[in-house]
Design a protein around this ligand. Structure first.
Ligand code: HEC
Length: 437
């Protein structure tokens, strides 16, 4: 297997909605639901992004089984019924607000009902002539990139060795873009990462630094992420790639350096070492760019969660100095985190819930992407709260030490309270720029 299991290859741009709508039971509610006619369309639209054969799910998070054929799906029927009834599948961790995020997942009550009726009826196949055409995946035709073939690809020139004895390692791998890779200043409208290794990457972030701001760490240096440069984005289990909205872009100046910030995590053992050669595929903006996108985080690195505390809150906030379009949120924390919430406090004192993740799960590092950028006026304060459970009960399930006071740190067993946001400040003075000048 040569594909990273960290990226979910769900293009935010419509793959998920391309498949047929589920068949309506209509007035034949008593009629038996069948796999081909009723269930397969639901699986195509909501499940196959992750549940498809390993190797096709390129750059994708490899879910335990494929749900593309009747033979594959039938043995899982009971498990599927219980997971969809409990709303654990498809995974989605935000309870609010509903309907505003482009990558929101979920089944309607009618779809859940269809699946349950099908399973109750003994999970019949039905007539394969009723099946929708099978879903096509962009990666198959584009060398493993879920958004289609990138305009240019930057790969770490030499593979990096993650040795047998490594358990947890933060490595910053540095590469200055060559003339060939980036011949001129370029606005990009999207990017996708490949971790270049299988299964041992806990997360991968890419930072960039403009030319002339040299940064030459020792190989495998472990500085905190904040020192590295400007963040492009991060991926971890549960995170997808996607394109920026029209008119939004990130400027890469000629001579820019990329820093691949890799967090490797594995069981140390003889023969467990791997080579890692991460890459980034970039998509060039073909429209004039009006809004310069920045990705950074509202941090709190000064907390200490007491031993055995069941519900410790860590807060952080930022006051917006300009009118700001927000594009994404990504609450990032580790094993003890149980919840995260972003709230806007407007200049008039009124509040609006921006994102609520009441059952935070560090295994699913979801980036919440607006369908339409959210405009927050100058003077708005974004408040972010994280909650943590440092008790023995959670420790038994998540494997950490509950008798330790825990603060900010890079290791999986440390904690974090990093409230990432992707945004663009509205600058009325700024004229539109494009790749032509
Ligand atoms: C974003 C990727 C993703 C999507 C979309 C998704 N799944 Fe999953 N699913 C996973 C992963 C990863 C696991 C294994 C880890 C876990 O259970 O949390 C899993 C586990 C499961 C399991 C439990 C398997 C077991 O070992 O017991 C079932 C059943 C399941 N999924 C069904 C579905 C169905 C049905 C849908 C669509 C309605 C769906 N999933 C959508 C990623 C996904």
């Amino acid at each position: 297997m040569s594909h990273p299991r960290m990226l979910i290859a769900l293009a935010a741009t419509g793959l998920a909605v391309g498949a047929a709508a589920p068949a309506q039971a209509g007035n034949e509610a008593a009629e038996t639901a069948t796999f081909y006619k009723d269930v397969l369309p639901i699986l195509q639209a909501n499940c196959q992004t992750c549940h498809r054969p390993v190797g096709q799910n390129i750059g994708g998070l490899v879910a335990p089984m494929s749900l593309t054929s009747y033979a594959e799906t039938r043995p899982w029927a009971r498990s599927i019924a219980s997971k969809v009834e409990a709303r654990e599948m498809p995974p989605w961790f935000a309870t609010g607000p509903a309907g505003v995020f482009a990558n929101e997942r979920g089944l309607t009550d009618a779809e859940i009902d269809t699946i349950l009726r099908w399973v109750d009826a003994g999970a019949p196949a039905g007539d394969s002539a009723d099946a929708p055409p099978s879903r096509q995946w962009t990666e198959e035709a584009s060398g493993g990139w879920s958004n289609g073939a990138p305009d240019f690809i930057v790969k770490l020139p030499e593979p990096y060795r993650v040795e047998d004895d490594i358990y947890d390692l933060n490595a910053n791998l540095f590469h200055t873009l060559t003339e060939t890779e980036l011949p001129q200043d370029t606005w990009v409208r999207g990017w996708e990462f490949k971790t270049g290794t299988e299964g041992v990457v806990h997360h991968m972030c890419v930072f960039f630094r403009p030319p002339g701001t040299a940064y030459t760490p020792a190989p495998g240096a472990t500085e905190g992420a904040d020192a590295l440069g400007e963040l492009l984005s991060c991926i971890a289990e549960g995170a997808e790639s996607g394109m920026l909205p029209d008119g939004f872009g990130v400027l890469l100046e000629k001579g820019t350096s990329l820093i691949f910030n890799m967090h490797y995590h594995k069981e140390p053992a003889d023969g467990s070492g791997v080579w890692s050669q991460p890459e980034v595929g970039f998509f060039v903006a073909d429209e004039p760019v009006r809004y310069k996108v920045q990705n950074d985080f509202i941090p709190n690195a000064g907390f200490e969660i007491p031993p055995q505390h069941p519900h410790y809150r860590v807060g952080t906030s930022r006051l917006l100095e300009k009118d700001t379009y927000v594009l994404t949120y990504w609450p990032h924390a580790h094993l003890r985190a149980t919840g995260a919430r972003y709230t806007a406090v407007y200049p008039d004192g009124s509040e609006e819930l921006l994102l609520d993740v009441p059952h935070y799960d560090q295994n699913w590092q979801e980036t919440y992407k607006y369908k339409e950028p959210k405009l927050l006026p100058q003077g708005t304060r974004i408040d972010v709260d994280f909650w943590y459970d440092n008790t023995a009960e959670r420790a038994a399930r998540r494997d950490f030490d509950p008798n330790r006071a825990v603060g900010h740190g890079n290791r999986t067993d440390d904690e974090m309270a990093l409230a990432f946001i992707g945004y663009a400040e509205v600058d009325p003075e700024a004229a539109a720029t494009d790749n032509q000048n």
